[in-house]
Design a protein around this ligand. Structure first.
Ligand code: HEC
Length: 270
């Protein structure tokens, strides 16, 4: 794969949005125009833009749906914002399709109140689609405060209350630590869970994986506390309020511990 599904979705999804907004602009232009010919011309443009929007909504929804499946597999619970993004995308697509169907049925000769209702519905759809796009953007790029937190080295600047104390579970070793077979097993189980739960769809470790979320190569140095790691994986927003990472609260205690131990083991500069 050269492109991830989220990249395919990102590339496709602007077409229906732009087409819908253009359709609204031409429709309003047609309403405002006094010349019959210009009215018809603008209305025709608006009609075909709207048809294009409905056609292009199909691959956008499909690629978005597949992105959701690949990014939140296994026991990942997608953040609420993802649900909103998906629902408002469905709502706009449905609304746009209904308006198109209405216009097709009347051979695009609606007038009076129906005509106005059509324009209002299209405008509403364009409004919701902008909101949808905003949510999608937040999903991919995070919001400003999240990137701010990232820019100060992944240290959470905002929250203090819900955050478990960051106490290193390993003191700097003065003598080489004894190899703990149980810990090694736990870390290996964690690595497997990391693969199974699609963490690499967002994260990167030692150059492998995606880059939409922080690189985890040194997360064990940044967050050496096993409690912190577990609490964060279980419910990221309990620790990092604006986090867009899915909650993995369906994982068992043991699985969370394994994943947490794997995270803690990811020290930079080893
Ligand atoms: C949909 C994308 C996504 C998925 C999937 C995802 N994460 Fe995250 N993760 C994020 C984002 C965004 C952040 C930054 C905000 C935060 O700290 O919660 C983050 C932060 C982290 C951090 C803190 C990084 C640091 O050093 O500051 C860890 C550790 C982490 N994730 C582990 C995991 C694990 C383990 C999984 C799989 C079980 C996983 N993530 C799945 C998006 C994701």
């Amino acid at each position: 794969m050269f492109l991830s599904w989220s990249q395919v979705h990102g590339a496709l999804t602007h077409f229906p949005v732009a087409l819908l907004i253009t359709a609204v602009v031409f429709d309003i232009g047609s309403l405002r125009s006094r010349h019959k010919e210009r009215q018809d011309a603008w209305r025709t443009v608006s009609f075909w833009m709207l048809a294009g929007a409905v056609v292009m909504a199909v691959p956008s929804l499909l690629s978005g749906w597949i992105t959701g499946l690949t990014v939140f597999p296994g026991k990942a619970r997608a953040p609420a914002i993802f649900d909103w993004h998906w629902k408002s995308a469905l709502a706009t697509s449905a609304l746009t399709a209904i308006v198109l169907w209405w216009r097709v049925r009347s051979r695009d000769r609606l007038s009076g109140k129906s005509r106005l209702a059509c324009t209002l519905l299209m405008t509403a759809a364009a409004g919701v689609v902008s909101f949808t796009g905003h949510l999608g953007g937040t999903l991919v790029f995070g919001d400003e405060s999240a990137s701010l937190a990232e820019s100060v080295g992944g240290q959470e600047v905002i929250n203090t209350a819900a955050k478990p104390a960051e106490q290193p579970i390993q003191k700097p070793a003065t003598k080489p630590p004894a190899v703990d077979a149980k810990l090694v097993q736990l870390i290996q189980a964690g690595r497997k869970l990391y693969d199974e739960n699609g963490c690499a769809n967002c994260h990167r470790i030692a150059g492998k994986g995606a880059t939409t979320a922080p690189d985890l190569t040194g997360t064990g140095t940044r967050h050496p506390s096993l409690e912190w790691q577990i609490a964060h994986i279980k419910n990221p927003r309990a620790v990092v309020p604006k986090s867009t990472m899915p909650a993995y609260d369906a994982l068992s205690e043991q699985e969370l511990k394994a994943l947490g131990a794997y995270m803690v083991s990811l020290r930079q500069g080893r």
